[in-house]
Design a protein. Structure first.
Length: 284
């Protein structure tokens, strides 16, 4: 996932096709007086009547602005949580670094973070992760004219490799002895490839899947390696926020059981394969 240091937090409208909701930031009357604000099931929320989600845009197909509203796989899944809690989801765009440290969760800016974030032992020190909801792999995407046929080829042929800063993709490249050019977002990584700043990039495969749906992109670029790094995405909450974590895990498990997860996966990601099914929200 991504970082954009110094970017001012923005509250954005959000919607999903499944929920049919338009979610706009705002404070309800229950925010006054300093009393604790709660949702259904006694789950505490930072704003009455809302489930405030921190994310970092853009990161399609998980979250991005489409027709002026934030939509995507993550948004749709958290809408299910919000529905169960009888509140509406509000999206706040923040620097990715805050997700790794848990800063906006600890400060009460957001209730949870949903940003296509890989579960790692290091990040678990600062935040509590939900059950995994998505198995992720890294793709090596190259310019077809580069002559690159694998990740190893990048170094062998003296080409430049790009990656998104502060991500597991960048970490993977560095761990293999590369010094990748760092970009601030997934869009910036792909633009760097498109404009020739780099000839290959390591980036999450679901992002590539969506990008290559554009015929112009598919005509000029191709995936030459798919790196199974064993990564899984999870949503995060402030450490110790057991009630909200349980609500997220329940919504994920229910969606898996009743077919909603499959429907949303096919809407936003693509064909629901055996690999996708292995990302069981009930896993530990």
């Amino acid at each position: 996932m991504k970082t954009l240091l110094g970017r001012r937090a923005r509250v954005l409208a959000a919607t999903t096709a499944t929920a049919g909701l338009v979610l706009v930031a705002g404070c309800s009357s229950s925010d006054s007086g300093g009393a604790k604000k709660t949702a259904a099931g006694g789950v505490e929320v930072v704003q009455g009547g809302q489930l405030t989600t921190c994310t970092h845009l853009p990161y399609p197909p998980f979250q991005s602005e489409i027709d002026g509203k934030v939509q995507g796989f993550d948004v749709s899944l958290i809408d299910l949580v919000a529905k169960n809690l009888k509140v509406k989801q509000t999206i706040v765009d923040t620097p990715f670094e805050n997700f790794k440290t848990g800063a906006f969760l600890n400060s009460g800016r957001c209730d949870l973070a949903a940003a296509g974030m890989t579960i790692t032992p290091e990040r678990k020190k600062n935040v509590d992760f939900s059950d995994p909801y998505f198995d992720a792999t890294q793709a090596v995407l190259v310019d077809k004219k580069s002559g690159i046929t694998s990740l190893a080829d990048v170094k062998a042929k003296g080409k430049k490799l790009g990656a998104q800063a502060q991500t597991t993709g960048e970490d993977y490249a560095k761990g293999k002895g590369y010094d990748p050019v760092s970009f601030e977002s997934s869009d910036a990584v792909l633009n760097g490839l498109r404009t020739g700043q780099v000839q290959a990039v390591v980036i999450d495969y679901p992002v590539v899947q969506g990008w290559l749906k554009d015929k112009a992109n598919a005509g000029a670029f191709q995936v030459v390696d798919n790196l199974n790094t064993g990564e899984q995405y999870g949503f995060t909450v402030k450490k110790g926020n057991a009630k909200l974590l349980a609500a997220i895990n329940k919504a994920l498990a229910d969606a898996k059981a009743d077919g909603t997860y499959k429907k949303l996966y096919e809407q936003w990601i693509g064909p629901y394969t055996a690999s996708a099914a292995s990302a069981s929200p009930s896993a530990s």
